[in-house]
Ligand binder design. Structure first.
Ligand SMILES: [Zn+2]
Length: 262
């Protein structure tokens, strides 16, 4: 019998029958895996503590006919604080949905797992950071580590430095920065050759630009350690959400739910 040891975050759970659950787990070693939890919803199950949604746990798994089954489990972190606040719980569901979407089966993605764990930890334990900031920073950083890192170093067309540009815009679909003059030229060219492609340009204030730079360049455990004025946060959130979702190319029910309860 083949046994495998993994550490992973439970990002989805689906009840099956009376006592079973299917778990979607984002692991360090194997990316996204689906684990069949036999009888783990039974109060008598020794696996119950480690197999709840949002738990980060270590597992010994046995593989049989293409499925993983739990042979042993141990809870590492439950993020208990998430369960005390509906906003935080709803946001955690969305972040986990994004992680499940981005993780690839069979391909370990330590950066994605680390990012999601850090965001959940802040959501569960840190009341100082606005949850809108956790959401936005997670979205942008997630896009960056999954290969959609926007080039924020200079205007992509004329190369002018961001601090020299009168205004800055994010070209969402092309992941690049444009200054005011170059945006005007780019739009003019698009009008001449209308090929039906969608274009999204978002104005970035200086503070939002600086926050984006920080989030994409900070060390993994420091990506939330920045401050943005309260009146800048909604626009920052909108930029980060649009950026991620346009690259994923669809929305999420969990995001709709999170927004519906705010
Ligand atoms: Zn330019």
């Amino acid at each position: 019998m083949e046994l495998t040891s993994v550490r992973g975050l439970i990002v989805r759970e689906t009840p099956v029958g009376e006592y079973d659950k299917l778990l979607t787990v984002v692991t360090e070693e194997m990316g996204r895996i689906t684990v069949s939890g036999k009888a783990i919803r039974s109060l008598k199950s020794k696996h119950m503590p480690a197999t709840q949604l949002f738990c980060y746990s270590s597992f010994t798994l046995r593989k049989s006919r293409g499925y993983y089954y739990i042979s042993d489990s141990a809870l590492i972190e439950s993020f208990y604080g998430l369960r005390l606040d509906l906003d935080r719980l709803a946001l955690a569901s969305y972040l986990c949905d994004v992680a499940a979407e981005m993780a690839v089966e069979g391909v370990g993605d330590e950066d994605l797992l680390r990012l999601t764990l850090n965001a959940l930890y802040a959501l569960a334990n840190n009341k100082e950071i606005p949850i809108a900031q956790i959401k936005a920073a997670f979205e942008l950083r997630c896009a960056a580590i999954e290969g959609f890192l926007p080039n924020l170093s200079a205007c992509d067309v004329c190369g002018c430095a961001p601090n020299e540009a009168e205004r800055l815009y994010l070209d969402v679909m092309n992941g690049r920065l444009l200054c005011k003059n170059c945006l005007r030229n780019v739009k003019h060219t698009e009008d001449l050759i209308d090929d039906g492609t969608a274009h999204i340009y978002l104005r970035l204030t200086r503070a939002i630009y600086e926050a984006m730079r920080y989030v994409t360049e900070a060390p993994p455990n420091r990506f939330l350690s920045f401050q943005l004025a309260a009146d800048e946060l909604p626009q920052f959130g909108s930029v980060c959400e649009k950026y991620l979702l346009n690259h994923i190319e669809h929305g999420f029910y969990t995001l709709d739910f999170y927004k519906s309860i705010l």
